[in-house]
Design a protein around this ligand. Structure first.
Ligand code: 3HC
Length: 692
């Protein structure tokens, strides 16, 4: 059956795009629209065509899943758009939900656009590493002007229907039933020729200065990205070339962007982000626990940040500390954070007051007896956590979820200190917890499906991307970063300067290199982890020169010096002290420093991440390679346009990663070796197991 249904009422033909879930322009949709337009042309009674979407939305754009198809199998969106652009009858796009990408481009080729309040219109292609490829770069500036068009296409942000009406992007805002309103609008405008065509309008605005400023801004907002420049070029072209010329150029550039590794990486992330909520074996119908109140133990930086997530969405929080002083300090930090947001104009004073009124500070753990969810966010020591969970077990109501914000410790051991291990889970927030989008949801051996499903749903409610991971030291993110940090440390031992190592990661698009990150987190954190690991393994796991820095009291930014010096605030400056310490260390270890180039640094650091990631997959700690990428993009700033570390490895080829690991003395995980030998990618492996 065609995904486009037709019916006509008197003189109006209605074409309903019905391609769930979001009416993407998949194969069959352009054909269905053509068939409808054929009918409209052949039936003398019909004077107007209304195009509308079934279900929850108008059209969310081209079907991203078809982007890798050969051109002859790809849906011919441009064909139907061209036909609409010169169609002899009046056409109205009736928009609810979202008109995004190709959806908005389809609407822009109609003679009129109407929408219900709350509808969203936008061209988000840049987020997929491409650009509007069905006329958007040429038509949007003709309607909303160059400046607004650039703003929309470069940010990918959509505008609401009300703003769209002000901008002239829609011709009428329909209160009430959209289809009825769209048909009335069509009838009211039939017989008022000539039919308006966006392609025939003049581009509004645009000066050489404006384009120069737009290009200059990209260095900050879209550093290293390929498609934003193309968007600016095409909009500029629209200002001085006929529509047809700009339109032809757009097609060419769209295909170039589509073929770029950046677009592959961003598309991989798009689907990976949507897959993380799907846990094999966890039924969609799993009953959820209602979370109406949250208790948090510990009002330190983490506890306070975690609390804000719930306050922000209207969930009351009781926060517990052991001393009044610590409680006051924690509340002070929360208040200061909110005040900063109010000062920036992003939050009203009234809303800040409302959020703070939902917060109950207390010194009594007993106050958590009514909480639906309790999150422990205290010092990272097993003995302390076990004691707290044992006490919680006696206090918390039956069915309450008991979560630990541990970043490394064994959640199963924590669970065993209660008589209800099925209620225990890890919720690993990333610092600053009120800002970072990532939440590792650590599923213990006994964690119940209800607890897991509730935490996944809660993650969405508090605007986090929740990724389910298994129990191991450091889970996914910190375990990989540990391995990466070790490799960085070795590179420095062998002769690379710390700033050279960090610079290689900047060049890859990471905001921080491994040493800047360590200095920010505090070198003592890694130091304590190494000590802990050494105790568990019963063998020393030396941090070499890094341990020396900590033992000297250089713990990073917080002590004004670590690997780098910090003479002015948080800006790292290469440290002569660290350079001398490294020299001494190398001398003692009988290492003759060698020159190490950026290529080797990048290869080794990436191979270390990917090697550990593959091991994590092999052990089942992460469900799919895409989950690891989501963790690395949202938790560690790995550039999304590189597809995350596993996506990046797929791009460079797993055989090359294996060769790098072997060349630099590491043993590749069996899974990585096998996939490399078979010439496969992690993405293919995910798909083979039905998880892609
Ligand atoms: N193509 C294919 N599948 C799509 C899709 C698209 N354009 N948009 C969404 N989907 C799928 C998702 O993968 C998901 O599938 P799943 O259920 O199997 O996981 C399902 O639709 C629902 O998506 P969400 O979970 O994201 O649903 P939300 O309600 O949270 O969000 C949305 C809906 C706002 C439409 C969001 O999906 C979205 O932003 N989609 C992408 C929009 C976009 O980027 N459009 C431009 C495409 S490129 C283009 O049009 C090129 C053109 O210029 C030639």
């Amino acid at each position: 059956m065609s995904p486009v249904h037709q019916f006509h009422q008197d003189d109006v033909l209605v074409l309903t795009i019905d391609n769930p879930p979001v009416n993407a322009l998949s194969p069959g949709v352009p054909e269905g629209l053509h068939a409808g337009l054929d009918v409209a042309e052949q039936d003398d009674r019909i004077w107007a065509v209304v195009i509308i979407g079934a279900g929850r939305t108008f059209v969310a754009g081209a079907d991203i899943r078809t982007f890798d198809l050969p051109p002859e199998q790809s849906p011919d969106l441009r064909g139907v758009i061209d036909r609409l652009d010169s169609f002899g009858l009046l056409t109205v796009a009736a928009i609810h939900g979202a008109a995004l990408g190709g959806g908005l481009e389809l609407a822009l080729a109609c003679t009129f656009r109407v929408a219900v309040p709350g509808a969203q219109l936008g061209l988000p292609e840049v987020r997929l590493g491409v650009l509007p490829g069905a006329g958007g770069t040429q038509r949007l500036p003709r309607v909303v002007g160059v400046q607004k068009a650039l703003e929309m296409m470069l940010s990918g942000n959509s505008v609401g229907a009300e703003e769209a009406e002000t901008l002239g992007l829609i011709d009428d805002l329909i209160d009430g039933d959209l289809l009825t309103g769209a048909m009335s609008f069509a009838r009211a405008n039939v017989g008022n020729p000539p039919l308006p065509r966006v392609s025939k309008q003049k581009v509004k605005g645009g000066s050489p200065e404006l384009f120069a400023a737009a290009r200059a801004g990209l260095g900050k907002t879209h550093k290293g990205q390929y498609s934003p420049d193309l968007i600016v070029d095409l909009v500029e072209l629209a200002t001085h070339k006929p529509f047809a010329e700009g339109y032809a150029a757009e097609k060419k550039k769209f295909m170039q962007a589509l073929a770029s590794p950046q677009s592959r990486g961003l598309r991989r992330l798009f689907f990976a982000e949507r897959a993380v909520g799907k846990v094999p074996g966890l039924s969609k119908d799993t009953p959820l626990t209602e979370i109406n109140t949250v208790g948090i133990i510990g009002a330190g930086t983490m506890g306070g940040g975690i609390a804000m997530n719930f306050l922000n969405v209207g969930i009351p929080v009781t926060i517990v500390e052991t001393t009044q002083e610590a409680l006051d300090r924690g509340l002070g930090i929360i208040r200061t954070n909110y005040e900063g947001t109010v000062r920036k104009g992003r939050l009203s004073q009234a809303e800040m007051d409302r959020r703070l009124s939902l917060l109950t500070p207390t010194l009594s753990l007993d106050a958590l007896s009514g909480a639906d969810l309790v999150i422990e966010a205290v010092f990272e020591a097993m003995a302390v956590k076990r004691e707290i969970f044992a006490r919680l077990d006696a206090i918390a109501k039956p069915g309450a979820i008991l979560a630990s914000n541990t970043s490394t410790l064994d959640v199963n051991e924590i669970a065993r200190s209660t008589r209800r291990p099925e209620s225990v889970i890890g919720l690993h927030f990333f610092s600053p917890a009120n800002v970072m989008k990532l939440l590792e949801i650590v599923r213990g051996a006994a964690t119940s499906d209800t607890v897991l499903a509730t935490c996944l749903s809660l993650a969405r409610r508090i605007n986090k991307v929740g990724v389910v991971v298994g129990v191991c030291d450091g889970f996914v993110g910190n375990r990989m970063v540990g391995r990466y940090g070790d490799e960085a440390r070795k590179l420095a031992e062998e002769g690379a300067a710390p700033e050279q190592i960090d610079a290689a990661m900047h060049d890859l698009g990471l905001p921080m290199g491994p040493f800047e990150m360590s200095d920010m987190a505090g070198l003592d954190v890694g130091y304590l982890i190494r000590q802990h690991q050494a105790r568990v393994a019963g063998a020393p796991k030396p941090g070499g020169w890094l341990d020396r820095l900590v033992e000297e009291g250089r713990k990073g930014q917080k002590t004004g010096g670590g690997i780098y010096d910090y003479p002015a605030g948080r800006t790292p400056v290469p440290s002569p002290h660290t350079a001398a310490l490294l020299d001494t260390y190398r001398h003692e270890q009988a290492v003759s420093p060698r020159t190490i180039d950026a290529d080797e640094i990048t290869r080794r650091l990436i191979a270390s991440l990917v090697g550990e990631g593959a091991q994590i997959l092999d052990e089942g700690i992460a469900l799919r390679s895409g989950d690891i990428d989501v963790i690395y993009v949202y938790g560690y700033g790995f550039p999304a346009y590189r597809g995350g570390p596993m996506g990046y490895a797929d791009e460079v080829g797993l055989a090359s990663v294996v060769a790098d690991l072997e060349r630099f003395g590491s043993v590749p995980a069996p899974l990585l070796k096998r996939l490399a030998d078979e010439g496969k990618t992690f993405g293919e492996w995910d798909k083979e197991r039905g998880r892609g």
